[in-house]
Design a protein around this ligand. Structure first.
Ligand code: PLP
Length: 397
């Protein structure tokens, strides 16, 4: 027997498993609501005009594919930092924030996790219950013990805020708390501004290390509105990590464009952190790819393209909101005894629909695929499939 012969099969990824089952389904009218991707009303992943225009600019100026610096493209890191914290913010002005290009939001989380493991090895990590399914695995694979904090309340379809606050107040000093900056995945339930005030207060008072994960900036209330919580955390002066992703907001999933930003207490400390973060990058993948970073940097720093991006992202946001309204309205007609009004209050691409595992299994018999937890991707609904989905849901309720 070789070293490999006793290795067991790894468990299937729950979300990607749905896609595999969906792909294998021969029903031409099959519908996949299990995805974590924005589809337009034609059921297609959009190629944004701002991205195409930026790519045209880049084609006009062909450049050799040399290595990028370890921390990524300077223009990209600067543009991201200004987007995330604000160009006029104290952390940017005082050079206390460092930003490194990362392989999507996942790559940013992994860099942050490895970095924290080196410098705060005994911290425990806390993620929301439930959270994006990869959070736990990512931090565990970096060597951390990962716990849950109370978050979702199935009875109200909202946040169990008292439970969350109590959990924060009971965390040991130095614990890392992973917070979804906006558009909570998978529940779609976000905190109010007043609730954020209390969370920030608890994090600061208890000396916790906040790690804000922002994968859906612009899908909630707007780019600035969704990013506001990052700026408020940064203004407290506590050590802070922020992972952000352009997978969804630029529809650039496969280009792997994201970033990790870390806020230090002085510019000098920031430069030490950057030097260490570069070691983490160097020992993982050496340096990031060029194309996606150039596209995003070009869009963010060219006024017309930036405006176009804001408009295109705004259109995605508006379509999701309108779809929520339509979904609620149609369910009201087709399933009068059931109240889905909460779907309107949820934000971002997802809805915890309240459908049970058994109901999800029944939907699958109709070739409609959702996550066992009842999570559906609202952005996968469109004018051609919404009636089919609503009828099928009404039938399984
Ligand atoms: N964080 C959250 C909360 C997410 O939902 C996702 C993607 O679904 C990510 C991070 C990862 O983003 P990316 O696809 O850019 O790696």
């Amino acid at each position: 027997p070789s070293v490999f012969s006793a290795i067991e099969m790894a468990p299937r990824d729950p979300i990607l498993g749905i896609t595999e089952a969906f792909n294998a389904d021969t029903n031409p009218n099959k519908i996949n609501l299990g995805v974590g991707v924005y589809y337009d009303d034609n059921g297609k992943v959009p190629l944004l005009s701002c991205v195409q225009k930026a790519e045209n600019i880049l084609i006009e100026q062909p450049a050799p594919r040399t290595y990028l610096p370890i921390e990524g493209l300077a223009a990209y890191d600067k543009a991201v930092q200004e987007l995330v914290f604000g160009a006029d913010s104290a952390v940017v002005q005082e050079r206390r924030a460092i930003t490194v290009q990362a392989l999507g939001g996942t790559g940013a989380l992994k860099l942050g996790a490895d970095f924290l493991k080196r410098f705060s090895p005994n911290s425990e990590v806390f993620i929301s219950d439930p959270s994006w399914e990869n959070h736990r695995a990512l931090f565990e694979s970096a060597g951390f013990k990962v716990n849950n904090y109370a978050y979702y309340d199935a009875a109200t379809h909202g946040v169990n805020f008292e439970g969350m606050l109590a959990a924060l107040k009971a965390m040991p000093q130095g614990a890392v708390v992973v917070l979804h900056a906006c558009c909570h995945n998978p529940t779609g339930a976000d905190l109010s501004q007043q609730e954020w005030d209390q969370v920030i207060d608890a994090v600061v008072t208890r000396g916790l290390i906040p790690f804000l994960d922002m994968a859906y900036q612009g899908f909630g209330a707007g780019i600035a509105e969704d990013g506001a919580v990052v700026r408020r955390f940064a203004a407290t002066g506590v050590p802070l990590l922020v992972s952000n992703s352009f997978s969804k907001s630029f529809s650039l999933y496969g280009e792997r464009v994201g970033a990790l930003s870390v806020v230090a207490s002085t510019a000098e400390e920031a430069s030490r952190l950057l030097s260490q973060l570069k070691r983490v990058v160097r020992t993982n993948y050496s340096n990031p790819p060029v194309h996606g970073g150039k596209v995003v940097a070009t869009v963010l720093s060219t006024p017309e393209l930036r405006q176009l991006w804001e408009d295109e992202l705004g259109a995605m946001r508006v379509r999701i909101k309108a779809t929520r309204d339509e979904f609620v309205q149609k369910l009201k007609e087709k399933a009068p005894g059931h109240d889905f009004a909460f779907v309107r209050e949820q934000v971002g691409m997802f809805s915890y629909s309240g459908l049970t595992k058994e109901q999800v299994a029944k939907l699958r018999e109709e070739s409609i695929y959702a996550v066992d937890t009842g999570r559906i991707c609202v952005a996968a609904l469109n004018s051609k499939n919404i009636d089919i989905v609503v009828d099928a849901i009404a039938k399984v309720l």
